[in-house]
Design a protein around this ligand. Structure first.
Ligand code: CMX
Ligand code: CO
Length: 140
C-alpha cells in the first residue's frame, strides 16, 4: 500500500528561518511554497531525492494562527517532527482499506495538499502516536 516516504512534516515558528537552515545545512532546494488555509499552514516543500515511485521531500510548516493543528502542536510540544506522509497510488482506496482495519481516520475523504496532491490524515492515537498522512501525487 505504501510506495515511499513522500515527506516528513516539520513544525516550526518561522518558515523563512527554517528554509534557510535546511538550504545551508543540507543543501536542499525549495520546490514549492503554499498557504493552505484549510490546513492552517504556510508551508514549503524541499526536495530530497527522486525514486522510481516518486520524489521525497521535507515539508516545513508554520501555523497561520495559534488555533490550528500545527499551532496547537507547537504550543504543546515545541518545534520538531509533526507527521509522516506516505505515498500511495490511490488515497481513496487506501483510506477505505485502512478504515476497514478499524483505524480512526481524521479525514473520511481526501483533501487538497501540497503541489496538487490529494491527502488524508490518520489519527495518531491509532498509529502509535504518529500523525500519519497519505499522499496521492497529482498526475501530470
Ligand atoms: N503527532 C502525534 N500526536 C499528536 C499530534 C501529532 N502531530 N498532534 C496532536 N497529537 C496528540 C496530542 O498529543 C493529544 O494527545 P493526548 O490526548 O494524549 O494529550 C491528542 O493528539 C489531541 O491533541 P490536541 O492538541 O487536542 O489536538 P486536536 O485533537 O485538536 O488535533 C489532530 C490533533 C491530530 C486531530 C490534528 O492535529 C489534525 O487534524 N491533524 C491533521 C491535519 C494537519 O496536521 N494539518 C497540517 C499539515 C498539513 C499538510 O501536511 O499538508
Ligand atoms: Co504533510
Amino acid at each position: 500500500m505504501l510506495l515511499r516516504i513522500d515527506h516528513v512534516g516539520i513544525a516550526c515558528h518561522n518558515l523563512e528561518e527554517k528554509i534557510e537552515f535546511y538550504e545551508t545545512t543540507f543543501g536542499l532546494t525549495v520546490v514549492s511554497r503554499e498557504v493552505n488555509e484549510e490546513q492552517g499552514v504556510k508551508e514549503a516543500m524541499l526536495h530530497v531525492t527522486d525514486a522510481p515511485s516518486g520524489a521525497s521531500y521535507v515539508q516545513l510548516l508554520e501555523p497561520l494562527h495559534p488555533d490550528t493543528a500545527v499551532g496547537k502542536f507547537l504550543a504543546k510540544r515545541g518545534e520538531g517532527v509533526h507527521h509522516i506522509g506516505y505515498g500511495v497510488a490511490d488515497v481513496t482506496q487506501a483510506l477505505q482499506d485502512i478504515a476497514a482495519k478499524g483505524i480512526k481516520l481524521i479525514d473520511e475523504r481526501p483533501r487538497h495538499g501540497s503541489m496538487g496532491a490529494s491527502i488524508a490524515f490518520l489519527h495518531p492515537k491509532d498509529v502509535g502516536g504518529v500523525l500519519t498522512e497519505l499522499v496521492e501525487t497529482a498526475r501530470h
